[in-house]
Design a protein around this ligand. Sequence first.
Ligand SMILES: Cc1cc2nc3c(=O)[nH]c(=O)nc-3n(C[C@H](O)[C@H](O)[C@H](O)COP(=O)(O)OP(=O)(O)OC[C@H]3O[C@@H](n4cnc5c(N)ncnc54)[C@H](O)[C@@H]3O)c2cc1C
Ligand code: FES
Length: 482
Amino acid sequence: MDVAVIGGGITGITAAYLLKQRGHKVALLERGRCGGFDSLNTTGHLTFVTDTRLHKLVKVFGKESAKKAWEAGQAAMAMVASNVKQEGISCEFRWVPGYLHAPTNNAPSEEIAALQDDAQIATGFGFPAEYQAAIPNFKTPGVQFNVAKFHIGKYLQALVRTIPRKGSFVFENTEASAVNKNPVKVKAGDHTIHCRYVILATHNPLMGNEKLISAALLQTKLSLYSSYAIGARIPKNLWPEACFWDTAEPYHYLRIDSHRGFDYAVFGGEDHKTGQEKDTPAVYQRLEKKLRHLIPAAQVDHHWSGQVIETIDGLPYIGPTGRNQFAATGFSGNGVTFGTLGAMMAVDAFERRKNPWASLFAIERKKYRGAAWNYVKENKDFPYHLIHDRLESAEGKSLRSLPSNHGKILKIKGRKTAAYRDPEGKLTLCSPVCTHLKCIVAWNDAEKTWDCPCHGSRFAPTGEVLSGPAEKPLEPFKESGS
Ligand SMILES: Cc1cc2nc3c(=O)[nH]c(=O)nc-3n(C[C@H](O)[C@H](O)[C@H](O)COP(=O)(O)OP(=O)(O)OC[C@H]3O[C@@H](n4cnc5c(N)ncnc54)[C@H](O)[C@@H]3O)c2cc1C
Ligand code: FES
């Protein structure tokens, strides 16, 4: 085998697809079903406009690098557009106007100046961008760009279908449990894949059984945030088919899709650090209220959430993590664009071809202005939660207090226990100690998961890992022991 790709989201599927297209033999390993844990949560907004504002990128990285970062996004968008065309994929791919805008129409003068700045820098870099004193419908100041949107599920399924055969494979329900450097091999259950190169496309990077120091260090430069979205039918032709996102922190975004007979709105945001929001269902209520304020006739019929991974300096980490190993992570809310870019760069690295963005996104890049402070700010959560959550009392002692389809941290036989009762009444008891670095997990009632407040690992109600950095399930409760 030439390459083992671990993770079947946008990054892994695109990498495997491109490698197969170029005549390489590839094995794509996915713990669940292909489509990706977080990729299927996206709102399918494809853009070169980074979540980190352009004037900030210029300040932190300099003009040349900021331009390069946007050009990288543009190249990724072109790659998606070309894949859609080449494979004839019907995934509702459309170019639409995209508006970055102030949240209210009494925006302070600094906000207006920053928007004008973004428009001017973008135009100077050669990207079509126009400042508008009142963007459509919101009537607030903003900048219009050209963006794209598509149905990511349909796109990824079409790419996956092209991968198997002629020496290439897709292994679903297959968890990679160990990655070895020399000789290069990946272990999955009782099977071992020998290969020349490994691409870690697991969103949160896998450390492998060698606990590579660089991987552990990389982890401290990442912060996981939960992000929420709702979908609603809205009356036809009230809103233009477009994408909107505001400048608030945390921000909100709105995407309008046009269908026969009705329009559909996707509204999202309300991000918070994973595991640190006590009342997750209330987040959806806040989103619904805000959407109804914008579009009173909206009929909400979907809600979902997932994770975005932030970095300390605002750009993703994409590059080699060892001699024959490559990782891509830290995409913020631009994972469709940067996941695609990560795949393109991984193919170049495997083929030992020079890539124009290699040093800009390098995992070992030197620190840029402001990054050191963000590092301290984001990592202070770990010692705080490690100690505080251990000392905090359990939510009760009685299993009778646990309703069905619900989880609680209870004190059972003198020990804190993550207790879950499923909709049929069956109980599962686990240790609440996160298997990454031993923080105490918290119940997320909106998603029915155990979430870790330290570095954002998520576990199923019955303890299995849903997303890292933890790589082992929560330990089942034992009658005796610590
Ligand atoms: C609500 C929401 C909306 C978003 N909207 C947008 C948007 O509109 N535009 C945009 O650009 N970005 C958006 N994002 C961000 C984007 O979803 C992510 O950044 C992106 O999908 C990450 O892709 P990925 O392939 O790296 O990871 P994933 O899609 O998470 O794929 C990683 C895969 O690796 C698998 N895996 C993990 N460990 C192992 C293992 N040991 N063995 C085998 N497999 C493993 C997982 O099961 C998973 O399927 C959004 C995110 C959220 C939460
Ligand atoms: S301790 Fe790091 S994710 Fe839980």
